[in-house]
Design a protein around this ligand. Structure first.
Ligand code: SF4
Ligand code: F3S
Ligand code: FES
Length: 234
């Protein structure tokens, strides 16, 4: 099938304003959007810039706005876009460095702010810190995050203020707050009850719609809000 890709282009070094360029390619319905971008880069314009690494939905590096929705280019098939025209833009709310590449540093700064690691200063047991399967299940969903930023950069609260820690950072905090082996929940909940924490979330649900790992992002945020309100980590 014939597909027209309309791609956002911006190169701060060539003096041109941000604009869109169109490319016509022949595609199989089972081609991924990433395949088409690679084809354009290889055959039409080698300067087209985008991030990718694993090409299999694992590394989280190729998040982009495809027909108005945040998606991983390596997971989205042409046939699922229902039409011959595909608009591709950088994810919103972060500074564009070049074409589809944005500055991820504010995103990772927010991630680091919620202490994204296991905290436990108690003496280590001889073998391991045991956990029942029920305790492990409590935070299973949020372990699936690949830090792609699809959620945070689809959130209107983040667009308004990039200091809002955003859904991805809260999902990461959730993963540790509800881990029975962790002892840092109180510290994280204090951070997340602050000015740029969970109360910037107005339950808009864009984050859940955008997550390529199908994590119940809004639900996780709700559980963190509840833990702050009640002190209950159950
Ligand atoms: Fe990506 Fe989902 Fe993690 Fe957000 S929660 S960063 S959308 S994997
Ligand atoms: Fe934003 Fe998701 Fe909350 S879109 S407002 S973080 S439910
Ligand atoms: Fe790694 Fe798409 S290239 S998730």
């Amino acid at each position: 099938m014939e597909v027209t890709l309309r791609i956002f282009r911006y190169n701060p070094e060539n003096g041109k304003k941000p604009h869109y360029e169109e490319y016509k390619v022949t595609a199989e319905p089972t081609d991924r959007v990433l395949d088409l971008l690679e084809y354009i880069k290889g055959n039409f314009d080698g300067t087209l810039s985008f991030r990718r690494s694993c090409a299999h939905g694992i590394c989280g590096s190729d998040a982009m706005r495809i027909n108005g929705h945040n998606r991983l280019a390596c997971k989205l098939l042409v046939k699922d876009l229902h039409g011959g025209k595909i608009t591709i833009e950088p994810i919103l709310g972060l500074r564009v460095i070049k074409d589809l590449i944005v500055d991820m540093e504010p995103f990772f700064e927010n991630y680091r702010s919620v202490l994204p690691y296991l905290i436990n200063d108690e003496p280590a047991p001889k073998k391991e810190r045991l956990q029942s399967s029920e305790e492990r299940e409590r935070f299973d969903d949020t372990t699936k995050c690949i830090l792609c930023a699809c959620c945070t950069t689809s959130c209107p609260s983040f667009w308004v203020n990039e200091q809002y820690v955003g859904p991805a950072a809260i999902v990461t905090a959730h993963r540790f707050i509800f881990d029975s082996r962790d002892r840092g929940a109180a510290e994280r909940l204090k951070i997340l009850s602050g000015q740029f924490g969970v109360y910037r979330c107005h339950t808009i649900f864009n984050c859940t719609e955008a997550c390529p790992r199908e994590i119940e992002v809004t639900q996780a945020i709700g559980e963190v809000k509840k833990a702050i309100a009640t002190g209950d980590l159950g």
